[in-house]
Design a protein. Structure first.
Length: 157
């Protein structure tokens, strides 16, 4: 039995870096993921597909590890980086997008959307306790990821 936890996050921010620099980092999956906290391993499966293995959380006796794969596609002219879940890899399905826009060469606007699900191997009775904890942890990781990127890009406008 597993509990499926939905993830639905959206962020909008503006950084001091130039569009080309921002797009360069966000469209380069390993370079972007280097700023994401608690990634144990990122594996290039080829064809724009990357497998994420997060660090285990919990105690040595009771722990979970989120593992998933997503297929990435970027379009510099449109200012987009999109990823779609790859089925049958790990215990999560994660998709999303970056929308990157130049603000007259002075700054770059960034919109991040993430949707997905994480399956946690616990009984359904624990859903009310587990769901907000897992969703909250995922949100904290993404918040830290954005903070790391903002720092990389010279701060927010």
């Amino acid at each position: 039995m597993a509990i499926t936890v939905p993830i639905d996050l959206g962020y909008e921010f503006e950084v001091k870096a130039k569009y080309d620099d921002v797009f360069g980092v966000l469209s380069d999956v390993p370079a972007s993921v280097a700023h994401f906290p608690k990634v144990d391993k990122l594996t290039d499966l080829g064809g724009g597909v990357y497998k994420w293995e997060m660090q285990k959380v919990g105690t040595p006796q009771v722990n979970i590890q989120t593992v998933y794969a997503s297929k990435y596609a970027s379009d510099k002219a449109k200012g987009t980086v999109k990823w779609t879940p790859v089925k049958d890899v790990g215990n999560a399905q994660v998709g999303g997008s970056w929308k990157i826009a130049d603000n007259k060469g002075k700054s770059t606007k960034i919109l991040l959307k993430i949707q997905g699900t994480v399956d946690v191997p616990l009984p359904g009775l624990m859903k009310m306790i587990v769901e907000p904890v897992v969703a909250g942890e995922f949100e904290k990781l993404v918040d830290k990821y954005i903070a790391n990127l903002v720092k990389k890009f010279g701060g927010e406008v």
